[in-house]
Design a protein around this ligand. Structure first.
Ligand SMILES: Nc1ncnc2c1ncn2[C@@H]1O[C@H](COP(=O)(O)OP(=O)(O)O)[C@@H](O)[C@H]1O
Ligand code: SF4
Ligand SMILES: [Mg+2]
Length: 517
Protein backbone atom coordinates (compact mmCIF):
# COMPACT_ATOMS: atom_id res chain seq x y z
CA UNK A 1 0.00 0.00 0.00
CA UNK A 2 2.82 2.38 0.64
CA UNK A 3 6.27 3.27 -0.40
CA UNK A 4 8.60 2.02 2.28
CA UNK A 5 11.94 3.48 3.21
CA UNK A 6 15.04 1.84 1.83
CA UNK A 7 15.26 -1.23 3.99
CA UNK A 8 19.00 -1.83 4.09
CA UNK A 9 20.24 1.67 4.79
CA UNK A 10 23.00 1.44 7.38
CA UNK A 11 22.28 3.58 10.39
CA UNK A 12 25.32 5.82 10.02
CA UNK A 13 24.15 6.67 6.47
CA UNK A 14 20.81 8.04 7.73
CA UNK A 15 20.51 11.82 7.38
CA UNK A 16 21.77 13.39 10.57
CA UNK A 17 19.34 15.63 12.42
CA UNK A 18 18.84 18.99 10.70
CA UNK A 19 20.03 17.90 7.27
CA UNK A 20 17.54 19.59 4.95
CA UNK A 21 15.46 16.79 3.42
CA UNK A 22 16.85 15.78 0.07
CA UNK A 23 15.46 12.29 0.18
CA UNK A 24 12.15 10.78 -0.80
CA UNK A 25 10.32 11.74 2.39
CA UNK A 26 7.18 13.88 2.21
CA UNK A 27 7.60 15.21 5.75
CA UNK A 28 10.92 15.36 7.56
CA UNK A 29 10.80 16.26 11.25
CA UNK A 30 14.07 17.21 12.89
CA UNK A 31 14.61 17.67 16.61
CA UNK A 32 11.14 19.15 17.07
CA UNK A 33 10.34 20.55 20.51
CA UNK A 34 7.11 21.99 21.85
CA UNK A 35 7.43 23.28 25.41
CA UNK A 36 4.55 24.98 27.19
CA UNK A 37 5.77 27.51 29.71
CA UNK A 38 3.40 27.49 32.69
CA UNK A 39 5.35 30.25 34.43
CA UNK A 40 6.52 30.28 38.03
CA UNK A 41 9.94 30.76 39.56
CA UNK A 42 9.87 34.54 39.14
CA UNK A 43 10.12 37.27 41.79
CA UNK A 44 6.36 37.94 41.81
CA UNK A 45 5.55 34.20 41.94
CA UNK A 46 7.59 33.90 45.14
CA UNK A 47 6.01 37.07 46.51
CA UNK A 48 2.43 35.84 46.02
CA UNK A 49 3.20 32.24 47.01
CA UNK A 50 3.26 30.80 43.47
CA UNK A 51 5.54 28.07 42.17
CA UNK A 52 9.19 28.50 43.27
CA UNK A 53 10.51 26.83 40.11
CA UNK A 54 9.69 27.59 36.50
CA UNK A 55 7.23 24.97 35.27
CA UNK A 56 7.64 23.90 31.65
CA UNK A 57 5.60 21.11 30.06
CA UNK A 58 7.93 19.34 27.64
CA UNK A 59 5.07 17.94 25.57
CA UNK A 60 7.31 17.17 22.58
CA UNK A 61 11.00 17.05 23.33
CA UNK A 62 13.34 16.40 20.42
CA UNK A 63 11.41 14.31 17.90
CA UNK A 64 13.03 13.38 14.56
CA UNK A 65 11.29 11.17 12.01
CA UNK A 66 10.57 10.97 8.28
CA UNK A 67 7.14 10.28 6.80
CA UNK A 68 7.09 8.81 3.29
CA UNK A 69 4.57 9.49 0.51
CA UNK A 70 1.56 7.19 0.52
CA UNK A 71 2.29 5.57 3.88
CA UNK A 72 0.32 5.57 7.11
CA UNK A 73 2.54 6.24 10.07
CA UNK A 74 0.78 5.21 13.26
CA UNK A 75 1.66 7.24 16.36
CA UNK A 76 0.85 5.48 19.58
CA UNK A 77 1.40 6.08 23.28
CA UNK A 78 -0.47 6.58 26.53
CA UNK A 79 -2.69 9.61 27.01
CA UNK A 80 -0.74 12.80 27.70
CA UNK A 81 2.52 11.65 26.09
CA UNK A 82 2.44 14.42 23.46
CA UNK A 83 0.87 12.75 20.38
CA UNK A 84 -1.66 15.50 19.64
CA UNK A 85 0.87 18.23 20.31
CA UNK A 86 3.29 16.60 17.85
CA UNK A 87 0.54 16.29 15.21
CA UNK A 88 -0.50 19.90 15.67
CA UNK A 89 3.09 21.16 15.65
CA UNK A 90 3.76 19.41 12.31
CA UNK A 91 0.87 21.40 10.80
CA UNK A 92 1.94 24.47 12.78
CA UNK A 93 -1.43 24.66 14.50
CA UNK A 94 0.71 24.78 17.64
CA UNK A 95 3.88 26.83 17.27
CA UNK A 96 6.99 24.65 17.83
CA UNK A 97 9.52 25.90 20.38
CA UNK A 98 12.43 24.76 18.21
CA UNK A 99 13.33 22.25 15.52
CA UNK A 100 12.29 21.87 11.93
CA UNK A 101 9.41 20.41 9.92
CA UNK A 102 10.11 20.05 6.23
CA UNK A 103 7.32 19.48 3.74
CA UNK A 104 8.82 18.41 0.40
CA UNK A 105 12.07 20.00 1.57
CA UNK A 106 10.45 23.33 2.49
CA UNK A 107 10.92 24.27 6.12
CA UNK A 108 7.52 25.18 7.60
CA UNK A 109 9.05 26.46 10.84
CA UNK A 110 10.98 29.19 9.01
CA UNK A 111 7.74 31.06 8.27
CA UNK A 112 7.34 32.01 11.90
CA UNK A 113 10.92 33.20 12.37
CA UNK A 114 11.41 36.96 12.36
CA UNK A 115 14.06 37.81 9.74
CA UNK A 116 17.10 39.68 11.07
CA UNK A 117 16.36 42.80 8.98
CA UNK A 118 12.88 43.14 10.52
CA UNK A 119 14.39 42.84 13.99
CA UNK A 120 16.96 45.52 13.21
CA UNK A 121 14.48 47.81 11.44
CA UNK A 122 12.02 47.49 14.35
CA UNK A 123 14.68 48.27 16.93
CA UNK A 124 16.08 51.17 14.84
CA UNK A 125 12.57 52.66 14.55
CA UNK A 126 11.98 52.22 18.31
CA UNK A 127 15.36 53.90 19.02
CA UNK A 128 14.59 56.76 16.62
CA UNK A 129 11.21 57.42 18.23
CA UNK A 130 12.83 57.39 21.67
CA UNK A 131 15.64 59.78 20.83
CA UNK A 132 13.65 62.20 18.64
CA UNK A 133 10.31 62.35 20.45
CA UNK A 134 10.29 60.56 23.75
CA UNK A 135 13.49 61.93 25.33
CA UNK A 136 12.51 65.57 24.61
CA UNK A 137 9.04 64.79 25.92
CA UNK A 138 10.54 63.39 29.14
CA UNK A 139 12.70 66.50 29.44
CA UNK A 140 9.66 68.79 28.95
CA UNK A 141 7.58 66.92 31.48
CA UNK A 142 10.32 66.87 34.11
CA UNK A 143 11.00 70.58 33.43
CA UNK A 144 7.53 71.25 34.85
CA UNK A 145 8.27 68.91 37.75
CA UNK A 146 11.52 70.75 38.48
CA UNK A 147 9.57 73.96 39.22
CA UNK A 148 7.18 71.98 41.40
CA UNK A 149 10.07 70.47 43.42
CA UNK A 150 11.77 73.89 43.78
CA UNK A 151 8.49 75.36 45.06
CA UNK A 152 8.15 72.44 47.45
CA UNK A 153 11.74 71.99 48.71
CA UNK A 154 13.57 75.19 47.71
CA UNK A 155 16.28 75.52 45.02
CA UNK A 156 18.67 73.02 46.55
CA UNK A 157 20.30 69.63 45.99
CA UNK A 158 17.19 67.71 46.96
CA UNK A 159 15.01 69.34 44.29
CA UNK A 160 17.75 68.80 41.65
CA UNK A 161 18.12 65.14 42.69
CA UNK A 162 14.37 64.50 42.54
CA UNK A 163 14.19 66.16 39.12
CA UNK A 164 17.11 64.05 37.89
CA UNK A 165 15.53 60.86 39.25
CA UNK A 166 12.14 61.58 37.69
CA UNK A 167 13.81 62.39 34.35
CA UNK A 168 15.80 59.12 34.41
CA UNK A 169 12.74 57.12 35.46
CA UNK A 170 10.53 58.63 32.79
CA UNK A 171 13.17 58.15 30.06
CA UNK A 172 13.54 54.52 31.12
CA UNK A 173 9.78 54.05 31.01
CA UNK A 174 9.62 55.60 27.56
CA UNK A 175 12.55 53.44 26.39
CA UNK A 176 10.64 50.36 27.53
CA UNK A 177 7.49 51.57 25.75
CA UNK A 178 9.49 52.19 22.54
CA UNK A 179 11.08 48.74 22.81
CA UNK A 180 7.76 46.95 23.26
CA UNK A 181 6.22 48.93 20.40
CA UNK A 182 9.16 47.96 18.17
CA UNK A 183 8.75 44.33 19.24
CA UNK A 184 5.04 44.56 18.39
CA UNK A 185 5.95 45.77 14.89
CA UNK A 186 8.41 42.89 14.46
CA UNK A 187 5.87 40.33 15.62
CA UNK A 188 3.15 41.75 13.36
CA UNK A 189 5.49 41.55 10.35
CA UNK A 190 6.48 37.98 11.26
CA UNK A 191 2.84 36.95 11.66
CA UNK A 192 1.91 38.50 8.35
CA UNK A 193 4.77 36.71 6.55
CA UNK A 194 3.96 33.51 8.36
CA UNK A 195 0.28 33.54 7.35
CA UNK A 196 1.10 34.45 3.77
CA UNK A 197 3.76 31.75 3.48
CA UNK A 198 1.71 29.04 5.16
CA UNK A 199 -1.48 29.80 3.26
CA UNK A 200 -0.58 27.95 0.08
CA UNK A 201 1.10 25.10 1.98
CA UNK A 202 -1.87 24.73 4.31
CA UNK A 203 -3.82 23.36 1.35
CA UNK A 204 -1.53 20.33 1.28
CA UNK A 205 -1.64 19.68 5.02
CA UNK A 206 -4.94 18.92 6.70
CA UNK A 207 -6.23 17.53 9.98
CA UNK A 208 -9.04 15.21 11.03
CA UNK A 209 -10.05 15.65 14.66
CA UNK A 210 -11.16 13.21 17.34
CA UNK A 211 -14.43 14.92 18.05
CA UNK A 212 -15.92 16.00 14.74
CA UNK A 213 -18.85 17.60 16.56
CA UNK A 214 -16.60 20.03 18.41
CA UNK A 215 -14.72 20.91 15.23
CA UNK A 216 -17.78 21.47 13.00
CA UNK A 217 -19.56 24.81 13.18
CA UNK A 218 -23.07 23.96 14.50
CA UNK A 219 -24.61 26.95 12.69
CA UNK A 220 -23.43 25.90 9.24
CA UNK A 221 -25.02 23.31 6.98
CA UNK A 222 -22.87 20.47 5.63
CA UNK A 223 -22.88 22.24 2.27
CA UNK A 224 -21.52 25.42 3.82
CA UNK A 225 -18.96 23.53 5.93
CA UNK A 226 -17.57 21.81 2.84
CA UNK A 227 -17.74 24.88 0.60
CA UNK A 228 -15.78 27.03 3.06
CA UNK A 229 -12.30 25.50 2.57
CA UNK A 230 -12.86 25.30 -1.19
CA UNK A 231 -13.61 29.03 -1.28
CA UNK A 232 -10.73 29.86 1.05
CA UNK A 233 -8.22 28.27 -1.28
CA UNK A 234 -9.74 29.37 -4.60
CA UNK A 235 -10.13 33.16 -4.51
CA UNK A 236 -12.31 33.24 -7.64
CA UNK A 237 -14.96 31.30 -5.72
CA UNK A 238 -14.73 33.41 -2.61
CA UNK A 239 -17.97 34.97 -1.40
CA UNK A 240 -18.23 38.69 -0.70
CA UNK A 241 -17.76 39.49 2.98
CA UNK A 242 -20.70 40.79 4.98
CA UNK A 243 -18.54 43.70 6.23
CA UNK A 244 -18.61 44.96 2.64
CA UNK A 245 -22.42 45.19 2.68
CA UNK A 246 -22.30 47.14 5.94
CA UNK A 247 -19.69 49.59 4.59
CA UNK A 248 -21.60 50.15 1.36
CA UNK A 249 -24.87 50.66 3.25
CA UNK A 250 -23.22 53.20 5.60
CA UNK A 251 -21.75 55.09 2.67
CA UNK A 252 -25.17 55.12 1.01
CA UNK A 253 -26.73 56.64 4.14
CA UNK A 254 -24.08 59.39 4.26
CA UNK A 255 -24.61 60.17 0.57
CA UNK A 256 -28.40 60.21 1.02
CA UNK A 257 -28.07 62.70 3.89
CA UNK A 258 -25.77 64.93 1.83
CA UNK A 259 -27.81 64.55 -1.37
CA UNK A 260 -31.28 65.11 0.06
CA UNK A 261 -30.92 67.66 2.84
CA UNK A 262 -30.99 71.33 2.15
CA UNK A 263 -27.79 72.07 4.08
CA UNK A 264 -25.35 71.67 1.18
CA UNK A 265 -25.00 73.64 -2.06
CA UNK A 266 -26.33 72.40 -5.40
CA UNK A 267 -23.14 70.94 -6.92
CA UNK A 268 -22.28 68.82 -3.88
CA UNK A 269 -25.85 67.59 -3.66
CA UNK A 270 -25.87 66.59 -7.35
CA UNK A 271 -22.55 64.71 -7.04
CA UNK A 272 -23.82 62.95 -3.89
CA UNK A 273 -27.01 61.89 -5.71
CA UNK A 274 -25.04 60.53 -8.69
CA UNK A 275 -22.71 58.58 -6.37
CA UNK A 276 -25.71 57.29 -4.45
CA UNK A 277 -27.17 56.01 -7.71
CA UNK A 278 -23.95 54.09 -8.43
CA UNK A 279 -23.81 52.73 -4.91
CA UNK A 280 -27.38 51.47 -4.97
CA UNK A 281 -26.62 49.73 -8.28
CA UNK A 282 -23.56 48.09 -6.76
CA UNK A 283 -25.43 47.06 -3.63
CA UNK A 284 -28.17 45.46 -5.74
CA UNK A 285 -25.41 43.61 -7.67
CA UNK A 286 -23.82 42.33 -4.44
CA UNK A 287 -27.13 41.15 -3.01
CA UNK A 288 -27.98 39.48 -6.33
CA UNK A 289 -24.61 37.71 -6.28
CA UNK A 290 -25.27 36.54 -2.74
CA UNK A 291 -28.65 35.13 -3.67
CA UNK A 292 -27.28 33.41 -6.73
CA UNK A 293 -24.64 31.87 -4.46
CA UNK A 294 -27.32 30.94 -1.97
CA UNK A 295 -27.62 27.83 -4.05
CA UNK A 296 -23.95 27.02 -3.48
CA UNK A 297 -25.09 24.19 -1.25
CA UNK A 298 -25.51 22.25 -4.44
CA UNK A 299 -22.00 23.05 -5.63
CA UNK A 300 -20.94 19.99 -7.70
CA UNK A 301 -17.61 19.81 -5.80
CA UNK A 302 -19.52 19.59 -2.52
CA UNK A 303 -21.84 16.91 -3.91
CA UNK A 304 -18.78 15.02 -5.15
CA UNK A 305 -17.12 15.24 -1.75
CA UNK A 306 -20.21 13.97 0.02
CA UNK A 307 -20.47 11.01 -2.31
CA UNK A 308 -16.76 10.26 -1.89
CA UNK A 309 -17.13 9.86 1.87
CA UNK A 310 -20.39 7.93 1.61
CA UNK A 311 -22.88 10.65 2.54
CA UNK A 312 -26.00 11.24 0.51
CA UNK A 313 -26.02 14.71 -1.14
CA UNK A 314 -29.66 14.90 -0.01
CA UNK A 315 -28.28 15.88 3.41
CA UNK A 316 -26.46 18.94 2.06
CA UNK A 317 -28.70 21.38 3.92
CA UNK A 318 -28.62 19.57 7.23
CA UNK A 319 -26.74 20.77 10.29
CA UNK A 320 -24.06 18.72 12.16
CA UNK A 321 -26.38 17.89 15.08
CA UNK A 322 -28.71 16.06 12.69
CA UNK A 323 -26.05 13.41 11.98
CA UNK A 324 -24.74 10.39 13.90
CA UNK A 325 -21.15 10.27 15.22
CA UNK A 326 -19.93 8.20 12.28
CA UNK A 327 -21.60 10.50 9.76
CA UNK A 328 -20.12 13.53 11.47
CA UNK A 329 -16.66 12.02 11.18
CA UNK A 330 -17.38 11.47 7.47
CA UNK A 331 -18.12 15.21 7.23
CA UNK A 332 -14.83 15.92 9.06
CA UNK A 333 -12.98 13.71 6.57
CA UNK A 334 -14.75 15.34 3.60
CA UNK A 335 -13.79 18.78 4.92
CA UNK A 336 -10.14 17.74 5.11
CA UNK A 337 -10.34 16.33 1.55
CA UNK A 338 -12.02 19.45 0.14
CA UNK A 339 -8.70 21.09 -0.70
CA UNK A 340 -7.03 17.97 -2.18
CA UNK A 341 -4.36 17.60 0.51
CA UNK A 342 -1.29 15.35 0.34
CA UNK A 343 -0.81 14.83 4.06
CA UNK A 344 -3.42 14.37 6.77
CA UNK A 345 -2.90 14.22 10.52
CA UNK A 346 -5.76 12.13 11.88
CA UNK A 347 -5.82 12.69 15.65
CA UNK A 348 -7.74 9.85 17.31
CA UNK A 349 -10.24 9.89 14.42
CA UNK A 350 -12.15 6.83 15.63
CA UNK A 351 -11.80 7.04 19.41
CA UNK A 352 -15.15 8.80 19.91
CA UNK A 353 -17.05 6.29 17.74
CA UNK A 354 -18.86 3.04 18.46
CA UNK A 355 -16.77 -0.03 17.74
CA UNK A 356 -19.07 -1.03 14.86
CA UNK A 357 -18.54 2.35 13.20
CA UNK A 358 -14.78 2.43 13.82
CA UNK A 359 -14.08 -0.21 11.16
CA UNK A 360 -16.19 1.67 8.61
CA UNK A 361 -14.25 4.90 9.13
CA UNK A 362 -10.90 3.07 9.02
CA UNK A 363 -11.92 1.37 5.77
CA UNK A 364 -13.08 4.68 4.34
CA UNK A 365 -9.73 6.28 5.22
CA UNK A 366 -7.85 3.37 3.62
CA UNK A 367 -9.91 3.59 0.43
CA UNK A 368 -9.36 7.34 0.20
CA UNK A 369 -5.66 6.85 0.74
CA UNK A 370 -5.47 4.44 -2.21
CA UNK A 371 -7.62 6.60 -4.46
CA UNK A 372 -6.01 9.94 -3.67
CA UNK A 373 -2.48 8.83 -2.77
CA UNK A 374 -2.77 10.35 0.70
CA UNK A 375 -0.17 10.16 3.43
CA UNK A 376 -1.46 9.82 6.99
CA UNK A 377 -0.13 10.37 10.44
CA UNK A 378 -2.67 8.28 12.33
CA UNK A 379 -2.65 9.12 16.04
CA UNK A 380 -4.29 6.77 18.49
CA UNK A 381 -3.88 5.25 21.92
CA UNK A 382 -5.69 2.18 20.57
CA UNK A 383 -3.03 -0.33 19.54
CA UNK A 384 -5.45 -2.53 17.65
CA UNK A 385 -6.61 0.36 15.46
CA UNK A 386 -3.02 1.42 14.88
CA UNK A 387 -2.10 -2.11 13.83
CA UNK A 388 -5.02 -2.26 11.43
CA UNK A 389 -4.25 0.94 9.54
CA UNK A 390 -0.50 1.55 9.83
CA UNK A 391 2.42 0.68 7.60
CA UNK A 392 4.93 1.84 10.19
CA UNK A 393 4.40 2.60 13.85
CA UNK A 394 6.14 5.15 16.07
CA UNK A 395 5.79 4.73 19.83
CA UNK A 396 5.91 7.86 21.99
CA UNK A 397 6.62 8.17 25.69
CA UNK A 398 6.68 11.50 27.57
CA UNK A 399 7.51 13.68 24.58
CA UNK A 400 10.04 11.38 22.93
CA UNK A 401 9.86 8.67 20.27
CA UNK A 402 11.09 5.44 21.79
CA UNK A 403 10.57 2.91 19.00
CA UNK A 404 9.88 3.02 15.24
CA UNK A 405 9.39 -0.02 13.00
CA UNK A 406 7.09 -1.63 10.44
CA UNK A 407 3.67 -2.26 11.99
CA UNK A 408 3.96 -6.04 11.74
CA UNK A 409 7.46 -6.06 13.19
CA UNK A 410 6.62 -3.83 16.12
CA UNK A 411 3.73 -6.08 17.14
CA UNK A 412 5.56 -9.35 16.61
CA UNK A 413 8.94 -8.33 17.92
CA UNK A 414 8.96 -5.19 20.03
CA UNK A 415 12.42 -4.34 21.38
CA UNK A 416 12.08 -1.43 23.79
CA UNK A 417 10.65 -2.37 27.22
CA UNK A 418 7.87 0.25 27.06
CA UNK A 419 6.68 -1.02 23.67
CA UNK A 420 6.84 -4.59 24.97
CA UNK A 421 4.56 -3.63 27.83
CA UNK A 422 2.12 -1.79 25.55
CA UNK A 423 1.93 -4.65 23.06
CA UNK A 424 1.58 -7.26 25.78
CA UNK A 425 -1.58 -5.49 26.98
CA UNK A 426 -3.36 -6.00 23.63
CA UNK A 427 -5.65 -9.04 23.81
CA UNK A 428 -5.06 -11.72 21.16
CA UNK A 429 -8.21 -13.04 19.40
CA UNK A 430 -7.01 -16.67 19.68
CA UNK A 431 -8.15 -17.92 23.17
CA UNK A 432 -5.33 -20.50 23.41
CA UNK A 433 -2.57 -17.98 22.75
CA UNK A 434 -4.37 -15.46 24.94
CA UNK A 435 -4.40 -17.92 27.85
CA UNK A 436 -0.68 -18.65 27.68
CA UNK A 437 0.91 -15.38 26.64
CA UNK A 438 3.00 -13.36 29.08
CA UNK A 439 2.05 -9.87 30.05
CA UNK A 440 4.37 -7.10 31.20
CA UNK A 441 2.58 -5.06 33.82
CA UNK A 442 3.86 -1.53 34.20
CA UNK A 443 4.31 -0.21 37.71
CA UNK A 444 3.09 3.29 38.57
CA UNK A 445 1.63 6.09 36.47
CA UNK A 446 3.12 8.10 33.65
CA UNK A 447 5.30 10.75 35.34
CA UNK A 448 4.40 14.40 34.84
CA UNK A 449 5.70 15.98 31.63
CA UNK A 450 6.55 19.00 33.80
CA UNK A 451 10.21 18.41 34.62
CA UNK A 452 10.16 14.78 33.38
CA UNK A 453 12.61 12.18 34.76
CA UNK A 454 16.30 12.58 33.88
CA UNK A 455 18.05 10.02 31.71
CA UNK A 456 15.67 7.51 30.16
CA UNK A 457 12.22 8.91 30.84
CA UNK A 458 10.91 5.40 31.23
CA UNK A 459 13.33 4.44 34.03
CA UNK A 460 10.80 5.08 36.82
CA UNK A 461 8.60 2.26 35.48
CA UNK A 462 11.01 0.04 33.57
CA UNK A 463 11.51 -3.49 34.96
CA UNK A 464 14.99 -3.61 33.34
CA UNK A 465 16.27 -0.23 34.57
CA UNK A 466 19.84 0.02 35.91
CA UNK A 467 21.72 2.97 37.46
CA UNK A 468 22.98 4.21 34.06
CA UNK A 469 19.36 4.58 32.85
CA UNK A 470 18.89 7.44 35.32
CA UNK A 471 21.73 9.41 33.75
CA UNK A 472 21.93 8.65 30.03
CA UNK A 473 19.23 9.77 27.58
CA UNK A 474 18.95 6.76 25.26
CA UNK A 475 19.33 7.72 21.60
CA UNK A 476 16.89 6.36 19.03
CA UNK A 477 19.23 3.84 17.41
CA UNK A 478 18.82 1.42 14.51
CA UNK A 479 18.88 -1.92 16.25
CA UNK A 480 17.75 -3.94 13.22
CA UNK A 481 17.33 -2.69 9.63
CA UNK A 482 14.67 0.01 9.80
CA UNK A 483 13.83 -0.88 13.38
CA UNK A 484 14.78 1.93 15.75
CA UNK A 485 14.60 1.76 19.54
CA UNK A 486 15.71 4.03 22.38
CA UNK A 487 17.21 1.85 25.11
CA UNK A 488 20.80 1.73 26.31
CA UNK A 489 20.45 -1.90 27.35
CA UNK A 490 20.08 -3.23 23.79
CA UNK A 491 22.26 -3.03 20.69
CA UNK A 492 22.30 -4.54 17.17
CA UNK A 493 24.45 -7.37 18.51
CA UNK A 494 22.16 -7.92 21.52
CA UNK A 495 18.70 -6.75 20.44
CA UNK A 496 16.74 -8.76 23.04
CA UNK A 497 16.89 -7.22 26.49
CA UNK A 498 15.95 -10.51 28.19
CA UNK A 499 19.25 -12.06 27.07
CA UNK A 500 21.49 -9.14 28.07
CA UNK A 501 23.73 -9.82 31.08
CA UNK A 502 22.49 -8.23 34.34
CA UNK A 503 23.78 -4.67 34.70
CA UNK A 504 25.14 -4.56 31.14
CA UNK A 505 24.28 -1.68 28.80
CA UNK A 506 25.53 -2.66 25.31
CA UNK A 507 23.71 0.31 23.74
CA UNK A 508 26.20 2.67 25.37
CA UNK A 509 28.96 1.23 23.19
CA UNK A 510 27.06 1.97 20.03
CA UNK A 511 27.09 5.73 19.72
CA UNK A 512 27.68 5.78 15.94
CA UNK A 513 24.24 4.33 15.30
CA UNK A 514 22.45 7.27 16.81
CA UNK A 515 20.07 9.01 14.46
CA UNK A 516 18.41 11.31 16.90
CA UNK A 517 18.17 12.04 20.58
N1 LIG B 1 -1.75 24.39 25.43
C1 LIG B 1 -1.18 23.68 26.40
N2 LIG B 1 -0.69 24.26 27.51
C2 LIG B 1 -0.07 23.55 28.47
N3 LIG B 1 0.08 22.21 28.44
C3 LIG B 1 -0.41 21.57 27.37
C4 LIG B 1 -1.07 22.25 26.30
N4 LIG B 1 -1.44 21.32 25.37
C5 LIG B 1 -1.04 20.12 25.85
N5 LIG B 1 -0.43 20.27 27.05
C6 LIG B 1 0.16 19.20 27.86
O1 LIG B 1 1.10 18.53 27.05
C7 LIG B 1 1.08 17.15 27.34
C8 LIG B 1 0.81 16.37 26.06
O2 LIG B 1 -0.52 16.58 25.66
P1 LIG B 1 -1.14 15.93 24.36
O3 LIG B 1 -0.26 16.24 23.20
O4 LIG B 1 -2.56 16.36 24.25
O5 LIG B 1 -1.06 14.38 24.68
P2 LIG B 1 -1.78 13.14 23.98
O6 LIG B 1 -2.39 13.62 22.70
O7 LIG B 1 -0.69 12.13 23.78
O8 LIG B 1 -2.80 12.66 24.94
C9 LIG B 1 0.01 16.93 28.38
O9 LIG B 1 0.63 16.86 29.64
C10 LIG B 1 -0.85 18.16 28.29
O10 LIG B 1 -1.39 18.48 29.53
S1 SF4 C 1 17.19 2.64 28.90
FE1 SF4 C 1 16.96 1.59 30.84
S2 SF4 C 1 15.08 2.43 31.70
FE2 SF4 C 1 15.11 2.95 29.56
S3 SF4 C 1 14.01 1.35 28.57
FE3 SF4 C 1 16.12 0.74 28.48
S4 SF4 C 1 16.43 -0.49 30.31
FE4 SF4 C 1 14.51 0.59 30.61
MG1 LIG D 1 -4.40 13.56 22.09
Amino acid sequence: MSQQPNSNTPAHAMPPPLERGKGSELIAIRDLKVHFDLGGGGFFDRLVGGSRVRRVVKAVDGVSIDIYPGETLGLVGESGCGKSTLGRAILRLTEPTSGHVLFRGQDLTLFSKIPAWVNLAGLAWGGFVWVVWLMPLARRLTGGLNNFFIDLLGDGVRAALLTFLSYTGLSLLFALAAYYAARGIMKAVARHRSEKGMRELRRHLQMIFQDPYASLNPRMTVGQILAEPIETFSPQRRRPRYSRYVLVALLAVVLAVVGFTGETDGVVRTIARILLGFLIGWLVGLVGEKFSRGRKDMDPTVVDLMETVGLSPRFVKRYPHEFSGGQRQRIGIARALAVNPDFIVADEPISALDVSIQAQIMNLMERLQREKNLTYLFISHDLRAIRHVSDRVAVMYLGKLVEIADARVIYDEPLMPYTKALISAVPVPDPEIEATRQRVVLEGDVPSPINPPQGCRFHTRCPYAIEACKEVVPPLAEIKPNHFAACIRISPEQPHIESVAPGDAPGLRDAQRVIAT
